[in-house]
Design a protein around this ligand. Structure first.
Ligand code: AMP
Ligand code: GLY
Length: 421
């Protein structure tokens, strides 16, 4: 298969690295990619919003399969566009309708209600029922969870303890705080528990369960401070076994896949189940229509079988009998970020590191080349993953290597996995 990976972050780097290992991958093209991926295949600077440019690239490179990394192009309909433009090409990533599992919180909640999938109780609020929404807040207990319906660059979820502030925020969201994305707001019951992430690859009927992971979203150690895209991850998750695993499969994953099939929602791609364990019961916090970042950097290195074989199984309608082999080794990923992130941060700072880091894989998240020098180009700069018999030792190696990499303002969390020990 000639494969095109779309994206430019650590997630896509980790996916591309695994795809490149496959004997079935005859050519790997990555758009736009980043300098870390340049030795895996051809990186081509086409923007993900440039559907015509991507179509041209597919034609020129005789691409058979497109793997879409991030959610934005999926929610904008890239899979629908490619189905029209290149019907023979297999797209790993759902069409616009299915991508609403992530692109519309109200759609996802309605879907879960319909298929009895455990999730927080909710109230859907728009301009037309804002008064009812405000009353609903008065009748709910603190903290209040407000979610912009649409994509809001990871900033659309507010958790507020003060009722008056929650009412003001709800009003301001409905009035355009996050633009069109918050013209509908989902008010959710607050759930308290430990969060974890489970992933499947599905053709909309069958699925393959990938290794699960736990990510660490807050900037500060001990899970304090502002939310980020993710500061690190571990895989596997020690408590995802026995009863918890069985309940997750039977009450969440299977009903989701069956729900897609019975609702006639075509869905080929990854589903990321953002879950929370409440009194030993797994519940859905959110769906994403893609893999997680940085979870992928911990999950994909643990896969020991051929991932391209899974794409071929989807193409051939044989995903139900496909096998995935996973290493018993545990993964620990640490993200190196730019000083100031998730607020303002500088870009273009020179990065000094060895080409190979002993015991770790380095995935590039936000880097670029400037006059032959590798420089920072984002808040999250590099992901460092190590494998070992346990995630604590894996994280020690990742941390040792994180210390060796130099760029101005470098910051990372030293306590990834702290709550699992
Ligand atoms: P989401 O974008 O829906 O994943 O929300 C971002 C983060 O907000 C989640 O990872 C949770 O930490 C938190 N969150 C979302 N919904 C709830 C909820 N109903 N109860 C408690 N925390 C939540
Ligand atoms: N790490 C969370 C996400 O990818 O959304």
């Amino acid at each position: 298969m000639n494969i095109l990976v779309l994206g430019s972050g650590g997630r896509e780097h980790a996916m591309a690295a695994k795809i490149a290992e496959s004997p079935s991958c005859t050519k790997l093209v990555i758009a736009p990619g980043n300098p870390g991926m340049a030795n895996l295949g051809r990186t081509v600077n086409v923007a993900l919003s440039d559907f015509d440019g991507i179509s041209k690239l597919i034609f020129e490179e005789a691409i058979d399969c497109v793997v879409v990394g991030p959610e934005q192009p999926l929610v904008e309909g890239i899979a629908d566009f490619l189905e029209d433009a290149h019907p023979e090409v297999l797209v790993i990533g759902p069409k616009k309708y299915g991508a609403q599992l992530e692109g519309s919180k109200a759609f996802a909640k309605e879907f879960m209600k319909q298929y009895n999938i455990p999730t927080a109780a909710y109230f859907e609020c728009t301009k037309d029922n804002l008064d009812e929404g405000l009353k609903h807040l008065e009748q709910t207990s603190s903290p209040y969870v407000l979610k912009a319906d649409g994509l809001a660059a990871g900033k659309g979820v507010l958790i507020i303890s003060d009722l008056q502030e929650a009412k003001e925020e709800l009003t301001s969201m409905i009035n355009g705080k996050f633009g069109e994305a918050s013209s509908t707001v989902v008010i959710e019951q607050f759930l308290s528990g430990i969060e974890f992430s489970v992933f499947v690859l599905t053709d909309g009927f069958e699925y393959v369960l990938l290794p699960e992971a736990k990510d660490y979203k807050r900037i500060g150690e001990g899970d304090t401070g502002l939310n980020t895209g993710g500061m690190g991850a571990v895989s596997p998750v020690p408590f995802f076994k026995g009863d918890v695993k069985i309940k997750t499969l039977h009450s969440i994953i299977e009903p989701t896949i069956q729900g897609l099939a019975s609702a006639g929602i075509p869905y080929v791609g990854f589903i990321f189940f953002g879950l929370i364990l409440v009194d030993n019961e797994p519940m859905v916090i959110e769906y994403n229509c893609r893999m997680g970042d940085p979870e992928t950097e911990a999950v994909f290195p643990r896969i020991t079988s051929d991932v391209v074989a899974l794409f071929e199984a989807i193409r051939d309608g044989k995903l139900g009998s496909a096998e995935l082999e996973v290493s018993k080794q545990e993964a620990g990923t640490i993200i190196l970020v730019s000083g100031g992130y998730p607020g303002d941060y500088a870009k273009g700072l020179p990065i000094h590191m060895e080409a190979e880091m002993s015991g770790s894989k380095v995935f590039h998240s936000g880097t670029s080349m400037k006059e032959g020098q590798l420089v920072t180009n984002g808040g999250r700069v590099l992901a460092i993953t190590s494998l070992d018999t346990n995630f604590q030792d894996a994280l020690k190696t990742s941390k040792n290597n994180a210390q060796k990499i130099r760029f101005e303002g470098k910051y990372f969390r030293s306590d990834i996995g702290f709550d699992l020990i």
